[in-house]
Design a protein around this ligand. Structure first.
Ligand code: A2P
Length: 316
């Protein structure tokens, strides 16, 4: 059974969830099949977003699985170009998911983008970043999310892709401290400082891309082949992915690895107990040469560039 973590609002979240971003926007039937298989394998936590373009399919799988709604934990996210209409966007996600309620609603990025057109299926965004002090700031946006919480529309709210800097700006204005901050996190990018900071504020970290991403040639992430991970895996009779997911959960972060492959999705919810010395070794892996900080950066994928803004513009 997957351990549950308790959020600062008292609700519980399964420590392993299925990440529903398919590497491209949409995914339709593929997402439906992935979620159906995941539910059969024991997944009870699904992490999607308006921006993934597949809420409808995630919701359909949950509904059609026959598993009682209250046994499933469901997260979705407010897109950058909807910061000026939080309530409306939330209602849109709620309707698309069509699962009665949403457990956790996250601000996807701390950056509003002026309403834009989306060029399907290329998902080219033509919007312009809202300047740091221009309405809506992420503080304005979060306040609107707090209203959803107060109105009982959603069980928990939180943020995503926030740094210590942006959290420090947000927190003094919060009536309700974000339940979680979801960020890219894996052995190459362990986020030790952000984790310590979030813990001191009662914010649980959630790891996206907890396995890193496969390299552009399709080979698995660099740390999968690292001797440290391989030797722990051998000792535990586990796969590198199991070691990495277990490291994430054992250090107290929620992980949301995506997999469409039934064998791999089973691996990812089968945790192994790691020794303290192995935890330490993985905690320090990123310091070694060749262990790139962020696989996104390694691949020169800066999600910001798609919209004409960068991490730097966002104050990272
Ligand atoms: P696949 O769906 O074919 O299993 P993300 O960074 O969005 O969480 O994606 C994780 C990536 O790692 C996906 O490309 C996924 O591909 C792959 N993956 C998921 N689980 C495993 C695993 N246990 N072993 C190796 N690769 C995995």
């Amino acid at each position: 059974d997957i351990p549950l973590f308790t959020l600062n609002d008292g609700t519980k979240i399964p420590s392993v969830g299925m990440g529903c971003f398919m590497g491209e926007i949409g995914g339709g039937q593929r997402v439906y099949q992935m979620c159906m298989n995941a539910l059969k394998c024991g997944y009870r936590h699904f992490d999607t977003a308006f921006g993934y373009g597949n809420e409808e399919w995630v919701g359909r799988a949950i509904r059609e699985s026959g598993i009682p709604r209250e046994e499933v934990y469901l997260t979705t996210k407010l897109p950058n170009h909807h910061h000026h209409k939080v309530r409306e966007s939330f209602e849109e996600s709620l309707a698309a998911l069509n699962c009665g309620y949403i457990d956790l609603y996250l601000m996807h990025w701390p950056q509003a983008v002026a309403e834009h057109d989306v060029d399907w299926p290329n998902f080219r965004l033509t919007g312009k970043a809202v300047a740091p002090n221009e309405h809506p700031t992420f503080i304005d946006t979060y306040k609107e999310m707090e209203k959803l919480l107060e109105a009982g529309k959603v069980k928990s709210i939180g943020v995503s892709n926030f740094s210590i800097k942006t959290l420090n700006e947000l927190l003094p204005h919060c009536k309700f401290v974000p339940a979680t901050n979801q960020v890219e996190l894996h052995p190459c990018l362990p986020q030790h400082e952000l984790k310590t900071f979030c813990e001191s504020k009662g914010i649980l970290l959630t790891a996206y891309s907890p396995l890193g991403r496969p390299m552009t040639d399709g080979t698995p992430p660099i740390f999968f082949r690292h001797e440290t991970i391989l030797s722990v895996a051998e000792k535990k009779n586990a796969t590198p992915a199991q070691v990495v997911v277990s490291w994430g959960v054992q250090r107290g972060t929620v992980v949301v690895p995506k997999s469409e492959n039934v064998e791999r999705m089973k691996q990812n919810i089968t945790l192994v107990k790691l020794l303290d010395e192995d935890m330490d070794a993985i905690n320090n892996l990123h310091k070694q040469p060749g262990m790139h900080r962020s696989l996104l950066a390694y691949h020169n994928i800066d999600p910001g560039n798609m919209m004409g803004w960068t991490y730097a513009d966002m104050g990272w």
